[in-house]
Every structure is written in structure tokens, then in C-alpha cells.
Design a protein around this ligand. Structure first.
Ligand code: ZN
Length: 436
């Protein structure tokens, strides 16, 4: 069967992160207040500041912009009547900009500068009877706003002002048969909205409601031959989807379901070598939005020059820790099937580290510790869940036994076997091959 793939060709350059260029690009963004682009983006000024401040903080350069100026600006944008925050002075408040403002204040560790009780009232006033949220007083409903609502409330520690159960039920009513989520019930799955819903479930500790297997398949199929990720089937790749898709996979413990090397190459090719900044695709004009999400994705991929980013909030992890907010992730422990023989020998016992109170499904990755494994999964063994691994031709299949109640899953396309469990603790568990 032939099918059409929309993709782009990417250049080999740049191959490295143009760190200093990006710092300059963000730090100078908005300096020229008469600049055409600056004037045209007034309607999203607050989010623009969040993108810039977060990008700089990820690069350890937070002091490159004027903290006090930004805090003063945010204070002027809080509506004295509703409590919500607008994109810019004189505009209507909206959940999107309220979240951006709260995120910036958390990064600056100065939430006390605004009236957070008024913000909580504003968020709760937008919840509807079915659990959904309006974005603002004009009444548009979208799962993005459900995410904004719980993200804001968890950062200001006032989650109890909304009906959480109804909020969760609404988000789950937007789940489609492909495992993905749309903007409202029966709306098409879309990677950006999947990120919002997965993030929502991460904040509200409801990740067990996801069909991770199905959803992660849908998400990893977003990767195109260029290495870039698109947001829906048949669309072009775009750097911001590197974030939406990758962050969702990270929350679900399945970052390794896509090729990180190819994705990294795609993202790096979207840098502007002259001005700094990232564009949506190779060769296009850079902007501050794609710059943050390019940096965020590279941080998720482990770039050591960047601070660790939190996949749920797209904020530096140290800020999330300082706020004492604990969005959940599913940790899937995996070991590389490649590696030196010695390394693999050392992995004779697979150690699974995780938090076992709320085991959803269990991660396990069967890596054969001597030879790379091609596994087939899912045999019952002595009444317990187990899996059988047939390895390279000359070795007999070996059965591994899993603790009671554990389930095993199909092999994914990178020929590792995976399970998953909730992270958070530091208890550890070992499982070993069944003798014989
Ligand atoms: Zn984009």
C-alpha cells in the first residue's frame, strides 16, 4: 500500500546548539518596542515573556532580562474585577495568559507579588457544569483550558477551588478511540491537545486513565523520515511538535519510542545561524515560541548545556521542585540493548527503580544481558505473567518471570520490551531470569 508522507528535507548544518546566539536572540527580543513583530504580537505579550524567560532560564541566563520590569508589567495586567491576567494592559484576561504570568512569577520566585486568591476565584469562575473550562468570559471550551486551569491552581497551591472529579471526567470524555485527545468530545486527536490532556492527567494524578500503549504508538508515528515530528497524520513536521509529542512521551515514560538522534538533528537544523532562535522548519524565520520549544525538546533529549526541563509544565525542573509541585510521570526503566559485552554482563540482574504504590502496569524491559533481544511477549507462565524472549538464532528462548500481577506488553519497534510504572519513590525491585 502506498501512502503519502508530507515531509521536508533538512540541511546538515548546524550540527551543534548555537547556545550564545540563542541567548542574544531571546535577550534582545522586544528591546525595540517599535519593532513590527513586537507591535504585532501585543495580543500574546504575556506568553511571549514566558517563552523568553523560560528559554533563558533553561540556558542559565535568567539575569539577561530585567526582572523588576517584568514583574511590574504582570501586576498591571491583573484584572482588579475578575482576578484574571491579560496578555497586555487593557486587554481582557484569559486563562492562557494567567498561566503564563503564574509561570513567570514562579520562575522569579515571587508569587506573592500578585493576588493569588483572586486568580483562584477567576479560574473557578470559568469551570462549567460538565467540568470543562471556558478560556475567558467569551465562553470557548477547549481541553487546553482544562490544562491551564489545573496548571495554574497547582502552581499557586489552590487546587481545591474547582470540582476536580468533573474536570477529569470532561478531559476523559475527549479521549478518542486512537488513544489521543482532541479539543472537545469527538474532536480529532492532535498532538498539542494530547500534551494538554496528558499534562492535565499528570498534574491531577490520573495517568492510569490513559491507554499509554495506544497513545504512545500514535505519538511515535508522528516522527517522519526527516526526524521531525508532526502534530497529526499527513502534516509537515514542526519544531513545536517536538515539544508536544516528546513531553507527552516523556510523561508516559516512552521517550525512547522515537529516534532521538534523528529528532535532534531535525531540531538543530531549524536554528538560525545568523540571528539565533529556532524556526518551525528548516530555513524559516525564527520566533520566540519555537525557540523555547526547540530548547525544551533538546533538554528532554538530555542536552547537558541546558537545565533539566519539567515535561508537564515546560518550566525548569528546579523551579517545579522549589514550588513543591509534583506532577506525575510514568517511569519506564529501560536498558540499552546495545553496549559493551561487559556492560551487558553487569546488567545480568535488571534493576527496576520506581514507586510501587500505584503500579499501573509494570515497566520491564527485557534486555537480554548477553545478546540484544528480539522479544515476543505475553505468555502466561505458571499462572503468572511472564514473557518469552527468543533471541538471536543460536540461543534458546528464555522465559523471564515477572512478579504477580504484572503485565507484559508487545514489543515496540525498537525491539525492546516495555512496561511502565509510576515514578516518584526510590524503592527498587529486581527480577531475574527463571532458572532453566
Ligand atoms: Zn509550530
Amino acid at each position: 500500500m502506498a501512502f503519502v508522507t508530507n515531509d521536508v528535507s533538512i540541511s546538515d548544518e548546524p550540527r551543534e546548539l548555537l547556545f550564545d546566539k540563542h541567548v542574544e536572540y531571546i535577550a534582545n527580543h522586544g528591546n525595540d518596542k517599535n519593532d513590527y513583530e513586537y507591535c504585532m504580537t501585543e495580543f500574546l505579550r504575556m506568553s511571549g515573556i514566558y517563552w523568553g524567560v523560560t528559554g533563558l532560564d533553561l540556558m542559565h541566563q535568567l539575569d539577561r532580562v530585567n526582572r523588576q520590569e517584568i514583574i511590574d508589567f504582570i501586576k498591571k495586567c491583573q484584572c482588579p474585577t475578575s482576578g484574571g491576567i491579560s496578555a497586555c494592559e487593557g486587554h481582557d484576561p484569559h486563562l492562557l495568559y494567567t498561566l503564563s504570568a503564574v509561570q513567570i512569577l514562579c520562575i522569579y520566585d515571587c508569587l506573592g507579588e500578585i493576588d493569588t486568591d483572586a486568580i483562584a476565584r477567576y479560574v473557578s469562575s470559568l469551570q462549567q457544569l460538565d467540568g470543562s473550562f471556558f478560556g475567558d468570559k467569551w465562553g470557548e471550551v477547549d481541553t487546553r483550558f482544562s490544562f491551564c486551569a489545573v496548571a495554574i491552581l497547582s502552581l499557586i497551591n489552590k487546587m481545591d477551588v474547582i470540582d476536580l472529579e468533573k474536570a477529569v471526567n470532561f478531559v476523559m470524555s475527549c479521549c478518542n478511540s486512537d488513544g489521543g485527545f482532541g479539543s472537545k468530545p469527538n474532536a480529532e486527536s492532535h498532538a498539542g491537545l494530547i500534551y494538554c490532556c496528558v499534562g492535565f492527567l499528570s498534574i491531577t494524578d490520573q495517568l492510569h486513565r490513559l491507554d499509554c500503549e495506544k497513545l504512545a504508538w500514535w505519538l511515535c508515528e508522528r516522527q517522519l523520515p526527516s526526524g521531525g515530528l508532526n502534530g497529526r497524520p499527513e502534516k509537515l513536521p514542526d519544531v513545536c511538535y517536538s515539544w508536544w509529542v516528546l513531553a507527552s512521551l516523556t510523561i508516559m515514560g516512552r521517550l525512547n519510542w522515537i529516534s532521538d538522534e534523528k529528532l535532534k538533528k531535525f531540531i538543530l537544523s531549524c536554528q538560525d545561524a545568523e540571528t539565533g532562535g529556532f524556526s518551525d522548519r528548516t530555513g524559516n524565520m525564527p520566533d520566540i515560541f519555537h525557540t523555547l520549544f526547540g530548547l525544551g525538546a533538546l533538554s528532554l533529549l538530555g542536552d547537558e548545556r541546558l537545565r533539566k526541563v519539567n515535561p508537564t509544565f515546560c518550566m525548569p525542573q528546579y523551579v517545579i521542585d522549589r514550588c513543591n509541585v509534583k506532577p506525575k510521570v510514568i517511569t519506564q526503566i529501560w536498558l540499552p540493548s546495545q553496549g559493551s559485552r561487559q556492560e551487558r554482563q553487569r546488567m545480568q540482574e535488571v534493576v527496576l527503580i520506581g514507586h510501587f504504590e500505584n503500579v499501573l502496569r509494570v515497566p520491564f524491559l527485557l534486555v537480554d544481558h548477553v545478546e540484544p533481544v528480539m522479544g515476543s511477549v505475553g505468555t502466561e507462565h505458571n499462572g503468572r505473567c511472564a514473557t518469552k524472549c527468543s533471541q538471536s538464532k543460536d540461543r534458546p528462548a528464555r522465559t523471564y518471570q515477572l512478579p504477580q500481577g504484572w503485565h507484559c506488553f508487545r514489543r515496540h519497534r525498537f525491539s525492546t520490551l516495555t512496561c511502565n510504572l509510576l515514578s516518584g519513590g526510590d524503592s527498587s525491585l529486581r527480577f531475574q531470569p527463571i532458572p532453566g
